[in-house]
Design a protein around this ligand. Sequence first.
Ligand code: F6P
Length: 523
Amino acid sequence: MIHAHAYTMLQPLAESMRTQHLKNLFTQDSERFKSFHLEKEGLLFDFSKQKINTEIIDELLNLASEQQLDTWIERLFNGDKINHTENRAAWHTALRDVSTPNPDVSKQWHKMESLVNQVHQKQFRGYSGKPISDIINIGVGGSDLGPLMVTHALDKDKHEHAPNVHFVSTLDAQQLHKLLKSLDPATTLFVVASKSFSTIDTLSLAKTAKEWLEEHAPNHKVVMNHFVGISTNPIKMSKWGILPEHQLIFWEWVGGRFSLWSTIGFSIALRLGMQGYNDMLAGAHAMDQHFKNTPFKQNIPVLLGLIGVWNTNFLNLSAQAILPYDSRLKYFASYLEQLEMESNGKRTKRDGTAVTYRTCPILWGEVGPNAQHAFYQLLHQGTERVMSDFILFSQGISQSDQDRANYHHNLNIANCLAQSRAMMTGDINEDLHKNYPGDQVSNTLLLKKLDAYHLGMLIALYEHKVFVQSVIWDINPFDQWGVELGKELALNIFEHIKAQSVDGLDSSTANLLKNIWKQRHEN
Ligand code: F6P
């Protein structure tokens, strides 16, 4: 358990809350929403459908104080080296703080702006002299998911001269090959995005892209004009051949999964224009200010994080569903999977000892209406208790009351509210096949509309939620040592494949390889 007085106080409260049905909390207090919602500039956080009361919230706030959340927030915003296992800061908030611009950040921002303008104004030309029509962002993890998610979400607001933007991340190169079949090499620009510039997935795809261009371009020299590189490592970029004027830099103090605010956001800026990109930064900055300056009781990321801790450590829930009711947020759950699970999927405390309590739950999700016809059965009648976040926008893609889009948006709203209500109340039926136990907790995040500003707020909200939880759990959310072993072993197995040898491999791996080699030569 976490050694804090509040933690001990919360345990008996959890005991009694576990036996309460969520719907009874609404019967006991018909104005429950009033006590358990918060608002900030077009973002409303309804946490009334959680198994909480004011006493529990007060103790959770005490827990935050005992874990010194205020000091940690200060250290985060000061750029202290709070990622102690890598001896780095985690200073993504500085990237969106336009009021006190960091000179290094400004320099790269201007370089990025200039490249974006060149593309939009058709001054950036390929080897045949034609302007660039298509961008392919090659990157994986944080160098892919953020820009992919945002450009998809905000496509309606694309810049009038925006090129087509595509994303390629899969190591098997199938996405890339499919794209290359339909694109014109003379008008295609590749963006090689990699914080380390050493990720094999990205570099192998970039190499294939380079070979494709070399097959079509008149000479090798012009090929490099079709590449922009984004990394913290200019030496590696230069070695690979990225021209200095096409290198966008960011810094070790920007974590990969927090990097869409840095020059990794280049493809976002290309698609939305600099104005859209800046609006997103402004929304995130507004959330930063709220997080930094608002008393914990009214602080949305703090409460969102603490409620997650309550569900995980006291009500023993180990799964979290992300359910946006807007297809423009198709990639939001994937984005959060990395943000939350790569950050807080840890079992070692800051001091190097093992945790004795649960940390990050399993998080997954899908666009709500589609998920209703896929996995909601488990949410309604399965044996797992799951916490859900419903995300809904008041305004749909059209503001006109008459049109068809509005009709669909109303249906969408009705479904979102119906599902969170059904999960809360359930429905008693003597026939157990038709019985809904209900009592499934959820948050609803209601935003005015899906634009760059509000999306920036939403992303920053989840970033800070993750940070709050890491402080309570006393873990470092900014490293990811757990993914290194797999990379090392892959290199080792790759050597075995090249040598056609299974020497030294365990019997499962060795026999799987042997079967792969056998099956490869079969019809
Ligand atoms: O393997 C995990 C990871 O390091 C992520 O943290 C990161 O976002 C991704 O790989 C890509 O890394 P890079 O941007 O250095 O290519």
